[in-house]
Design a protein around this ligand. Structure first.
Ligand code: SAH
Length: 223
């Protein structure tokens, strides 16, 4: 899989991809993440990527020219499955959507800033818009990192234990059961006996029941 992220603040995306699981996935060549500095595609002498809004009002708007140049450059190199704009009013990111997008080969993620991008970008250059939740961030970079993380950890070979991603919340329509590790007792607080029993079938049954209970309590709509 290849993910091209277009941003006017590339430094915001350095750390999320340079550690832990996302770094390992790139080292193993399972995913290639390429961050593009939008300023490099701006032809004006100040390398600007935004301008005042027509009609007035507070906040700058990202201009279409550098975005169009960058997306055209990328599309000339390879075909893209989706050109995604990170947007608070986009389709809400869910585990199902992360699963679906993790099967794609090449994706472009466009990060907005300020008041967002000129509407013509959304009308003509974008194939899909994704939101990571009903709240407004200052820029699309954190949202692009969230979406990338959710997809990348699902790619075969990224997690050490392949079955781990499958037992995470939402994968099977339930949230995950509680987990414990050593010590078996701390401050008098004990780990449930069944988890120490070594009886796999009973442990699986307990985990399933706890998942159902938790889903009823926290995400009843999933049931
Ligand atoms: N004026 C816009 C918000 C712009 S926020 C509005 O009211 O809808 C600036 C940029 O941050 C957006 O262009 C988008 O790329 C990103 N962003 C903000 N919140 C987001 C969210 N919940 N999900 C995905 N991207 C988001």
């Amino acid at each position: 899989m290849r993910i091209d992220i277009i941003t006017c603040l590339p430094q915001l995306l350095e750390s999320p991809f340079s550690d832990s699981i996302l770094k390992r996935a790139q080292d193993k060549k399972i995913v290639e993440v390429v961050v593009h500095n939008l300023r490099a595609y701006s032809l004006d002498k100040h390398k600007s990527t935004d301008d005042y809004a027509f009609g007035g009002g507070a906040g700058m708007v990202m201009t279409i020219e550098p975005i169009h140049r960058c997306i055209s450059f990328l599309k000339n190199e390879r075909p893209y499955d989706e050109v995604i704009y990170m947007s608070p009013d986009g389709e809400l990111l869910t585990q199902a959507l992360a699963n679906q997008l993790s099967l794609k080969k090449n994706l472009i993620l466009l990060c907005g800033h300020y008041k967002g991008v000129d509407e013509r970008v959304r009308e003509h250059l974008i194939t899909r818009e994704i939101s990571i939740g009903d709240y407004v961030l200052s820029g699309g970079e954190l949202a692009a990192a969230v979406l990338s993380d959710a997809m990348i950890r699902l790619l075969p070979g990224v997690l050490n234990d392949e079955s781990s991603a499958l037992s995470d919340s939402f994968q099977d329509g339930l949230v995950a059961p509680p987990v414990y590790t050593r010590p078996a007792e701390f401050n008098g607080w004990k780990v449930p006996d069944v988890l120490l029993s070594g009886h796999e079938a009973k442990i699986n049954e307990w985990r399933h029941q706890e998942s159902v209970k938790r889903t009823e309590a926290r995400r009843p709509k999933l049931l």
